[in-house]
Each structure stands twice: as C-alpha cells, then as structure tokens.
Design a protein around this ligand. Structure first.
Ligand SMILES: NC(=O)c1ccc[n+]([C@@H]2O[C@H](COP(=O)([O-])OP(=O)(O)OC[C@H]3O[C@@H](n4cnc5c(N)ncnc54)[C@H](O)[C@@H]3O)[C@@H](O)[C@H]2O)c1
Length: 121
C-alpha cells in the first residue's frame, strides 16, 4: 500500500472537515483533488454551513479576490450536523445562517416558510 506525506494518507483515508463553510469548501477541495480523490465527511459548525454549504455536492475556493474561482462538483460521503456547535456561534453568524434558511424555504419549501411565519407571528 502506498502512503503520501506526513499525514500518511492512502486511498482509503477519510478526510473530516470540521468547521464553517470555508473549512468545508477548502477541505473538500483538498480531499477531492488529492490523488484523484479521497472520501470526505462534512461536519459543519455554522448555521450557514449546516443549511447550505455542506449540502448539494459542490465546492468552491476563492482565488485572487474572485469568489469561488475554483469550482467543481464533489459529493461528501456523509454529513453530520451536531447542533451543539451553534452554542458558541456569534449572533451575526446565526443571523447569516437564518437568512440562508429563509432563502431556501422561500425558494423550495413553502410549507417551511409558512411554519416560520406562524411561529414568528
Ligand atoms: N459549497 C457550497 O455549496 C457553499 C454554499 C454556501 C456557502 N459556501 C461558502 O461558505 C463560506 C461561508 O461559510 P460560513 O458562513 O460558515 O463562514 P466561515 O466558515 O467563514 O465561518 C464564519 C466564522 O465563524 C467561526 N466559527 C465557525 N464555527 C464556529 C462555532 N461553532 N462557534 C464559534 N465560531 C465559529 C469561523 O471561525 C469564522 O470566523 C463562504 O466561503 C461561501 O462561499 C459554500
């Protein structure tokens, strides 16, 4: 069996990306491009990453000031979304994630949007 680098990776390695959308995209990019691709798992720790960035099978990395310059499809093996991470998330990041959730509900899940409307009066 051939292993690479200090991390001793081989084709059976699993890359765990624990963090916000930036970590998920960058870690996914590294995993998907290393030696024709390693399996990776997303563990999003922000609400935005839980509701958007860890879903959907695409990755993007900013380059030279251009947003998502490197963009390509890649599907993680699994995603795990432990809510306890949200306890330490700053209000601003929580609001950002909620806005993303509202956007998805408005576009694709009207019952969820109606539910939130009822909840918030
Ligand atoms: N691939 C996709 O489909 C997709 C979709 C949407 C967004 N994105 C990308 O995701 C990125 C935005 O993601 P984001 O909003 O998660 O931002 P982020 O990854 O920059 O995280 C926001 C901040 O929260 C901190 N943080 C993360 N988890 C925390 C926790 N549990 N407690 C306290 N602080 C925590 C981070 O250190 C950072 O400072 C953008 O680069 C965007 O392009 C990708």
């Amino acid at each position: 069996m051939q292993v690479w680098g200090r991390a001793q990776l081989d084709r059976q390695s699993l890359v765990l990306n624990v963090g916000g959308g930036v970590v998920g995209d960058l870690g996914g990019f590294c995993a998907a491009t290393f030696k024709r691709g390693l399996d990776f798992m997303q563990v999003p720790t922000t609400l935005l990453a839980m509701t958007d960035a860890s879903i959907g099978g695409k990755l993007g990395v900013d380059f030279q000031g251009i947003k998502q310059y490197w963009r390509f499809p890649a599907t993680c093996r699994r995603a795990h979304r432990p809510c306890f991470y949200l306890k330490t998330l700053p209000q601003r990041e929580l609001r950002s994630g909620m806005a993303e959730g509202y956007k998805h509900a408005l576009i694709g899940a009207p019952p969820l949007w109606d539910f939130w409307q009822t909840k918030n009066g």
